[in-house]
Design a protein around this ligand. Structure first.
Ligand code: PLP
Length: 431
C-alpha cells in the first residue's frame, strides 16, 4: 500500500479496478461458486497448494476487498469477513480454545459477548474467566496452563474505560497467549496492533458499515504473534488437524506468510460452522468503510460537545465520556485513542430510572434502537434492553445501573442534536 493514512487506505487498499470490466467501484460478486480452470486447478485449490476462489462460504472477491482494506487500515496482514460481530468473537476464540481450555476476558463487554462467553462457550466446554481490567495483573492471576487467549474491548460501553492494551498484551506474550481485542467502538481512533494485540475483531454492523444497513463481522490477524513460540500453549495451531490430512497449521501455512491463525479460521471453522458474510453485505460495508475516518472525526467532535453540554445540565447527575475521565482511566484514553474519543457517551439522570425511560420516549431526532455506530444519533436504556438478560450482579460488573442512558452520537449538525437532548431532558424532568 502506498499510504499509511487511513483516509487513503479506506478508498484504495485491496482493489484498483475490476480486471474484467475496469469498474472503479468495488463490484458486488453475488455468486455462490467459481469455475475451475482444470481438474488440476480444482485439486490444488482444495489442497491449499494454491489460493483461489472455491465457494462463497469460504471466500468471495467482494468480501476479499473488505478483508484486505480493514487489514491494511489496522496494519494487519489478513482478515476474515463473517456474518456478524458475534460470529467474529465466537470464531476468534473457537479457533484457539477447545474443550477443557479457558480464556481470560475483561468483564467490560457488550452484553451479547458476555452471554456467548458465560453461557454458550461454557456449555461447549470452553471456560471464560472474567476479570476486572482496572488492574491488568488480574489477567496474569487468572492464567493457567490451559489459558489460550485474553479477550477485551478497546472502548467498552457503558463504562467507556479504555482497555490497557499494551499492559495485557505484554503479560500474555511470554506465555504464548495472544490478546484478542474487539475494536468495534473505536475503529481508526484506536490501533490495537500498534500496542501488541494479536487479533482484532469487529462488528462491522456499527461504525465500519456506518449506515445501519448490514450486519457483519471481521477477524483481523496482526501477523506479528508467534504461534509456534510455545507450541504446547496453542495446540490448535501446532498439532495435526485430522480435517486436513494431519496438517499442522503453523507449518502448512508458513510459505504463505504469517497467516496461520486466519487461514485456519477460514478453512476449518468457516467451512464447518458456516457463518459466511453475504457479499451483498460486504458491498454495503465497503461503501461505509470508504468514509469511516471522516465519520469517526465527526462522531467524536459531536459527542465531545454533547458531553460538555450535558455535564452542565441541572437534570444530569453524571456524564461518562473518555475526555471527562481522570487519573489512570484518562491516561489510558489518551494513550490508546488518537484523533477523538469516539461517539459513545453515557449519562445518568438525577431523577433515576423512570426519568431515564421518559427521556428516551421524548426523543424526536435520536432513534431508540439497540445499535451503536450509525451515522444517525441513537439512544437506549441498557438495563431494560441490551443488558437485560444479565443478572443484577452481572449488570453491576459491566457498569450498567438503573438510570444509565447510552447515546451513540451521530453526525447530524450539533445544534440539532443539542436541541433534541434539551427538549427530551425537559420532558423527563417534568414527570
Ligand atoms: N461487539 C460489540 C462491541 C458490539 O457492540 C456488538 C453489537 O452491538 C457486537 C460485538 C456484536 O455484533 P453484531 O451485532 O454484528 O453481531
Amino acid at each position: 500500500m502506498f499510504s499509511r493514512n487511513p483516509e487513503t487506505i479506506v478508498l484504495h487498499a485491496g482493489y484498483r479496478a475490476d480486471p474484467a470490466t475496469g469498474a472503479v467501484a468495488v463490484p458486488l460478486y453475488q455468486t455462490t461458486s467459481y469455475q475451475f480452470d482444470s481438474a488440476a486447478h480444482a485439486s490444488n485449490l482444495f489442497g491449499l497448494k494454491e489460493l483461489g476462489n472455491i465457494y462463497t462460504r469460504l471466500m468471495n472477491p467482494t468480501n476479499d476487498v473488505l478483508e484486505k482494506r480493514v487489514a491494511a487500515l489496522d496494519g494487519g496482514v489478513a482478515a476474515l469477513a463473517v456474518a456478524s460481530g458475534q460470529a467474529a468473537s465466537a470464531l476468534a476464540v473457537q479457533n484457539l480454545a477447545q474443550v477443557g481450555d479457558n480464556i481470560v476476558s475483561s468483564t467490560d463487554l457488550y452484553g451479547g459477548t458476555w452471554n456467548l462467553f458465560a453461557n454458550t462457550l461454557r456449555r461447549q466446554g470452553i471456560e471464560v474467566r472474567f476479570v476486572d481490567p482496572a488492574d491488568p495483573e488480574n489477567f496474569r492471576r487468572a492464567t493457567d496452563d490451559r489459558t489460550r487467549a485474553y479477550y477485551a474491548e478497546t472502548l467498552p460501553n457503558p463504562k467507556l474505560a479504555v482497555f490497557p492494551i499494551r499492559e495485557v498484551a505484554d503479560i500474555g506474550r511470554p506465555f504464548g497467549i495472544p490478546l484478542i481485542i474487539d475494536n468495534t467502538a473505536a475503529p481508526v481512533l484506536a490501533r490495537p496492533f500498534d500496542h501488541g494485540a494479536a487479533v482484532i475483531v469487529y462488528s462491522t454492523t456499527k461504525y465500519i458499515g456506518g449506515h445501519g444497513t448490514s450486519i457483519g463481522g471481521l477477524i483481523v490477524d496482526s501477523g506479528t504473534f508467534d504461534w509456534a513460540a510455545a507450541p504446547e500453549r496453542q495446540p490448535a495451531l501446532n498439532t495435526p488437524d485430522p480435517s486436513y490430512h494431519g496438517a499442522v497449521w503453523v507449518e502448512a501455512v508458513q510459505p504463505l506468510g504469517p497467516i496461520a491463525y486466519i487461514i485456519k479460521a477460514r478453512v476449518t471453522l468457516l467451512r464447518d460452522v458456516g457463518p459466511a458474510q453475504s457479499p451483498f453485505n460486504a458491498f454495503q460495508t465497503i461503501q461505509g468503510l470508504e468514509t469511516l475516518p471522516l465519520r469517526m472525526r465527526e462522531h467524536s467532535r459531536n459527542a465531545e460537545a454533547v458531553a460538555r453540554h450535558l455535564s452542565k445540565h441541572p437534570a444530569v447527575a453524571k456524564v461518562i465520556y473518555p475526555s471527562l475521565q481522570a487519573g489512570e482511566t484518562r491516561r489510558r484514553a489518551d494513550a490508546y485513542l488518537k484523533g477523538g474519543y469516539g461517539g459513545l457517551l453515557g449519562f445518568e439522570l438525577k431523577a433515576g430510572r423512570d426519568a431515564g425511560r421518559a427521556f428516551i420516549d421524548a426523543l424526536k431526532l435520536f432513534y431508540h434502537v439497540a445499535n451503536i455506530g450509525d451515522a444517525r444519533s441513537l439512544a437506549i436504556h441498557p438495563a431494560t434492553t441490551t443488558h437485560s438478560q444479565l443478572t443484577p450482579a452481572e449488570q453491576a460488573a459491566t457498569g450498567v445501573t438503573d438510570g444509565y442512558v447510552r447515546l451513540s452520537v451521530g453526525i447530524e449538525h450539533i445544534d440539532d442534536i443539542l436541541v433534541d437532548l434539551d427538549q427530551a431532558l425537559a420532558a423527563a424532568v417534568a414527570i
